[in-house]
Design a protein around this ligand. Structure first.
Ligand code: NDP
Length: 240
């Protein structure tokens, strides 16, 4: 039986590439999304991957939706926490709401979804969890106090949960992407983007497929001895 994989934010951007790569690797993939119904519908039509709409920042909604997914699709054995948002501002203009939104969506979501699958994975003695961090959580970034805090929080979360999961063959790893060519990055003004690319030793932005390949690797059955790690996929921009 194909293992069931849930990819949060899995119908757009990096998440869509992860969903498709996991499907190509033989997984039964389910994608989550927040509100973009048109993208979700088009994605399902194109790939056959079902999409479930819920807010990963909301604990009760996440637990209820994951119970529904498991009833309809089977137990989740692979979880990819990819959903994320930015609400950038310098500290002077960073509101409490912008802080809460980013922490809840990027970091609180990891607690919400992991909590919902943890007992099942522990009981079955198998699990693969990958949390998507960011180079900006490792290195910091101007105007991203909220985002950097959430993403660097993911790295501590990953290591601590990996220690708990080890005895039950649950691996927990993180991927820290560098700058990837998605809508999030295309929103950056061209002159700023040029300066960013100039700082990437490989001389280009990453692609969503570059990140997806890392997820397939870390979620393979044979990746059993890799846990608590952060895989940096950033073209050499920040060696951490
Ligand atoms: P996109 O903005 O392209 O896609 C974000 C996805 O997350 C969408 O599917 C969106 O759903 C979903 N999402 C957002 N909020 C929620 C929520 N509350 N509940 C459920 N789903 C939600 O992002 P990217 O593909 O660029 O980024 C993916 C991940 O990679 C993020 O965690 C990001 O921080 C990280 N990252 C990205 C980098 C980049 O260069 N792009 C660099 C480093 C890290 P919907 O379509 O419904 O809005």
């Amino acid at each position: 039986m194909a293992r069931v994989a849930l990819v949060t934010g899995g119908q757009r951007g990096i998440g869509a590439a992860i969903s498709e790569a996991l499907k190509a690797a033989g997984r039964k993939v389910v994608a989550n999304y927040a509100g973009n119904d048109a993208a979700a519908q088009a994605f399902t039509e194109r790939t056959g991957i079902p999409c479930y709409k819920f807010n990963v920042g909301d604990f009760d909604a996440s637990v209820a939706a994951i119970a529904k997914i498991e009833a309809e699709q089977g137990p989740i054995e692979i979880l990819v926490n990819n959903a994320g948002i930015t609400r950038d501002a310098m500290m002077r203009k960073l509101t409490r709401q912008m802080w809460d939104d980013v922490i809840d969506t990027n970091l609180g979501s990891c607690y919400n979804t992991c909590k919902a699958v943890w007992d099942g994975m522990s009981g079955r003695k198998f699990g693969r969890i990958v949390n998507i961090g960011s180079i900006n959580g490792q290195a910091g970034q101007l105007g991203q106090v909220n985002y950097a805090a959430a993403k660097s929080g993911i790295h501590g979360f990953t290591k601590a949960l990996a220690l708990e999961g080890a005895r039950n063959q649950i691996t927990v790893n993180a991927i820290a992407p560098g700058y990837v060519d998605t809508e999030m990055v295309r929103a950056v003004p061209p002159d700023v983007l040029e300066k960013i690319i100039a700082k990437i030793p490989r001389g280009r932005l990453g692609t969503a497929d570059d990140i997806a390949r890392g997820v397939v690797f870390l979620t393979g059955d044979e990746a059993d001895f890799i846990t608590g790690s952060t895989l940096s996929i950033n073209g050499g921009q920040h060696m951490y």
